[in-house]
Design a protein around this ligand. Sequence first.
Ligand code: GUN
Ligand code: ZN
Length: 443
Amino acid sequence: MIKAYRSSILRFATQGVPRHCAVFEEDGLLVVGPNAQGQSVVQAVGSYRDLKDQFSGVATEHWPGRIIAPGFVDMHLHFPQTNVMGSPADGLLPWLENYTFPEEKRFAEADYSAREATFFIDELLRNGVTTALAFASSHTASVNALFSEAHARRLRLMTGLVLMDRNAPANVLNRAATQGVKDATEQSLIDSEALLQKWHGTGRLGYAITPRFAPSCSAAQLRGAGELAAKYPEVWIQSHVAENKDEIQWARELFPQSRSYLATYDDFGLLRERAIYAHCIHFDDDDRALMRATGAVAAVSPTSNLFLGSGFFDYAGADRIGFNYGLASDIGGGTSFSPFHTMLAAYYAGREGQTKPGLSLSPQHLWWQHTAGAAQALGLDGQKGRPSVGNLQPGCDADFVVLNPQATPLLAHKTARVNSLDELLFALIVLGDDRLIEKTVIS
Ligand code: GUN
Ligand code: ZN
């Protein structure tokens, strides 16, 4: 069924330079209906005046004073870490050991996983996130629970079994089969492929091959993950890299033959398009060039990087060499499900100029990094028959948020005084949180 929505509308151009230019319609119309495959997509979008006659017979909801914007895209977060948020530690490795692994072990249980999946997806939608690439845990129950719940709620979601066969407590490592002779490493790869075949392409779900990070995986496990990635080029790969100095040193000791920590993943066939690496902070230019050459992308996770004291993503370095990136909450190292908090933290990370060149990311660029830019980085770019996400252009997924710029006294006070689109978007980024999201619409 065709439906139309009249309101202010924010969207992103699919072409043009720079790629992050926003298009804003003060009084706009968004028309949503099925495409040839029966999926709900944007049929038309533009000014109300230009489109109203063409769609005069279509049921139209009118939201004066509100802004329709693309649903947010979270490129990296951990489903089993909702309850880990706000756990202090002296950096990444003690945080994993003291808080993260003890919580993740609970996701061996199907019931616990199912309850947490419901809460997790409630929280994503309440915060306006309609597409996410998430880690599950090393237990198949967690993967099935998250996929099932996302399918029921029609969220566009990619996840996968966390691969970790060493250097952590036994209850968070992959397990050997209780029957038969398969060891834990072999079993984790068999389970990954079975989960991939069960869920990838079901509705809006996608599978992500998920080696946790090189220090938690044996060479055999990374090799197996790379073989799966070659066999299934359309599935995603997700991992972590170059987040923390102690982590990097550990990874270098474990894989001394590789040129760098990032190169370790390349050596096992784990850098390619649709490979998403969280953090990518402590890179040199050879690493950046390797990202560009392979088509791998960075999930920039600034609230997590600030919280764990990991460092600051070097935007100028990424742009100088030219690899792609987008934004992520990295729950539970990250401190908020709200894309507004993440965009503000990205601005802080950009400004930081002691460890790398400091710059001021524009509000349009920040917003793009969490919508159309993140979608492009994930390969949800409308190319080669793939879905188009995050820009609200015709043919794109029609998931959107309805923002209320009067949601708080301070937002109302401030947004009444803005003089440009950039001023409006920056006010929303700096002062916004879940209260700004009046509605999240999954079309
Ligand atoms: N590196 C390996 N595992 C993790 C994790 O769960 N969170 C973060 N931030 N980094 C990691
Ligand atoms: Zn992470």
